[in-house]
Design a protein. Structure first.
Length: 82
């Protein structure tokens, strides 16, 4: 009844190599090279990413606050009704 998904086509002249998952290290050099690399990449990009994010956050909070204040009723309009 047809072909299985892995046998849809024959590919020739291509050699693939793989390593057994039992022979791989899950986190090689994680503490010695991984964390310093993350810190280096963070320092190099924080001054490009953080200022626009701070500006957008401040704009968003200001806009929400202005919108909430514009929806409130003016108490001076209702002073004579008591």
């Amino acid at each position: 009844m047809g072909r299985h998904f892995g046998d849809l086509a024959k590919v020739r002249h291509i050699i693939t190599y793989s390593l057994s998952p039992f022979e791989q290290k899950a986190f090689p050099n994680f503490f010695s090279k991984g964390i310093p690399n993350v810190w280096r990449r963070f320092k190099s990009s924080v001054f490009r990413v953080a200022p626009p994010m701070v500006v957008m956050y401040l704009t968003y909070t200001w806009g929400n606050r202005a919108h909430q204040q514009s929806k409130r009723k003016n108490p001076a309009d209702y002073e004579h009704e008591e």
